[in-house]
Design a protein around this ligand. Structure first.
Ligand SMILES: CC(C)(COP(=O)(O)OP(=O)(O)OC[C@H]1O[C@@H](n2cnc3c(N)ncnc32)[C@H](O)[C@@H]1OP(=O)(O)O)[C@@H](O)C(=O)NCCC(=O)NCCS
Length: 321
């Protein structure tokens, strides 16, 4: 018999992580990978907004995923969103329809529970998820040559862990201008802070900000990868036009002497704060959405054309699950 089951942290670490680590542990040892997963699960975010689920066939786990509880602001309203990540079938069980059956059953359960939409980031051929009804959202990457960014003297300072509240306020000032966005209440920031500490990649974490008096008015988050001469830009924000004008120089500062700046194409209006650069479609982490409720379907119909035609993307890299 096929059954959807909720997996405890211990079950997920025992039954799934040893298989999926090869794909997703990055540069972490298995112990570190499992410890980071444990820390997320045990956090306030983990207890309230994060689940691991699986499909059990006659008691044997045949496929699994992570589920993130978020909210999406779409037009005038905010909707209940479920983010699905780390869909995984062990190699020996692949190609038998388990992931398809699992996701189909999960979508039925979400619909029945009043979830307005499900979203995910596909690393495989998006057709797999399109067959279940998901639609692709614009998912692009941008590359900037660091030497095309202004080399201005700006009073940039490194931000530490004490600066997270200021970062959150700065983000909120910019985010308030968006009509299509995954929202960031305090539990989501808790999760982002945990992720910022992850040892997944060898990149050197960079957090730079600009103060006006005691107020943080702009910040940049990313990682330096000297081996590939590249600064990976994750996110930036600013509180007003004056601060926005400093962002390119702030990114240049964050990149240091690295030649390239790479990242996801930022959402509007942040996209307008950086140069055009070279923009191309992403092959990994293709954002996809499936409206479930009538209310979200109607709201999405009003927003969809604007999202598709925008010169900016709908998500920050930090929204990735
Ligand atoms: C993707 C995955 C979960 C599918 O699990 P599954 O139980 O074999 O899925 P199903 O049997 O329901 O469907 C198989 C379909 O998966 C799709 N698929 C699997 N791997 C794929 C890949 N690397 N690229 C493109 N499509 C892929 C194919 O469309 C395949 O359809 P086909 O049999 O007609 O060729 C499984 O291959 C897996 O765990 N891969 C590694 C982890 C991963 O990449 N997860 C997805 C993250 S977005």
């Amino acid at each position: 018999m096929l059954r959807i089951v909720q997996l405890s942290t211990e079950e997920y670490v025992r039954d799934v992580l040893p298989h999926s680590a090869e794909m997703w542990a990055g540069e972490r040892s298995f112990a570190d990978y499992a410890a980071e997963f444990g820390a997320v699960s045990a956090s306030g975010f983990g207890r309230r907004r994060f689940r691991t689920l699986g499909l059990s066939l006659d008691g044997e786990l045949v496929t699994s995923c992570k589920r993130y509880q978020r909210e999406l602001r779409c037009g005038e309203r905010t909707f209940r969103a479920a983010g699905i990540g780390a869909v995984f079938t062990p190699e020996s069980a692949r190609g038998r329809g388990y992931a398809t059956a699992f996701l189909g059953a999960l979508l039925d359960a979400e619909r029945a529970n009043g979830t307005d939409l499900v979203y995910l980031f596909s690393d495989i051929h998006p057709a797999f998820y399109e067959r279940l009804g998901f639609v692709q959202l614009p998912s692009r990457a941008i590359v900037l040559r660091a030497d095309t960014l202004p080399h201005a003297r700006i009073p940039a300072r490194t931000l530490g862990d004490d600066d997270w509240p200021a970062i959150e306020r700065c983000f909120a000032a910019l985010d308030a201008t968006r009509t299509f966005a995954l929202t960031r209440p305090p539990l989501i920031w808790e999760w982002l802070r945990l992720r910022a500490r992850s040892a997944e990649s060898s990149g050197v974490l960079v957090r730079l900000g600009i103060m006006r008096g005691r107020r943080l008015v702009a910040y940049v988050l990313g990682r330096r990868f000297p081996a590939v001469d590249s600064f990976a830009l994750d996110e930036f924000a600013y509180v007003d036009d004056e601060a926005a004008a400093l962002v390119p120089a702030l990114i240049r500062n964050a990149a240091g002497d690295l030649r390239k700046v790479t990242g996801w194409l930022p959402p509007s209006p942040a996209r307008g704060a950086i140069p055009r650069g070279a923009v191309r479609a992403r092959k990994n982490a293709v954002a996809m959405l499936l409206p479930l409720s009538a209310a979200l379907t109607a709201a999405w119909q009003r927003e969809a054309a604007g999202v598709a035609a925008s010169a900016a993307d709908p998500c920050w890299n930090g929204d990735h699950v």
